[in-house]
Design a protein around this ligand. Structure first.
Ligand code: 5GP
Ligand code: ZN
Length: 102
């Protein structure tokens, strides 16, 4: 999707270190961390938000990725956050799950 920051990161048009990648999603550190560890888990397919997800299997796969990322990063206690819609605080209109851990 043109003009989408996360699609540009996926396509390497914007450099960003992938801390995790599988066939469905990838993860990067948030550029403006709001916790000691602040990771974004992002599906490779451009889906605007949770409200646009047609097959919830995608969300399951993202949470499966979260389990692997947390194991890799030594995260045990954590919060997850999905902002859906601009008025709920969604700034990047490409679905993502925040992992926040102190
Ligand atoms: P939202 O408010 O949409 O749920 O969260 C978007 C998140 O993406 C914010 O926490 C913001 O700091 C992060 N972010 C925005 N642009 C970039 C970027 O170019 N690189 C990275 N790593 N994070 C970004
Ligand atoms: Zn996108």
């Amino acid at each position: 999707m043109e003009n989408c920051i996360f699609c540009k990161i996926l396509n390497k048009e914007i450099p960003s270190k992938f801390i995790y990648e599988d066939e469905n999603c990838f993860a990067i550190n948030d550029i403006n961390p709001k916790a000691k560890k602040h990771i974004l888990v992002i599906p490779k397919a451009h889906v605007e938000s949770l409200a646009q997800v047609e097959d919830m299997e995608l969300v399951k796969k993202m949470f499966e990725a979260i389990k692997k990322i947390n194991k890799q990063e030594g995260i045990v206690d954590f919060k997850t956050l999905i902002n859906t819609g601009k008025s709920a605080g969604q700034e990047v209109m490409h679905l993502h799950i925040h992992i926040l851990a102190d």
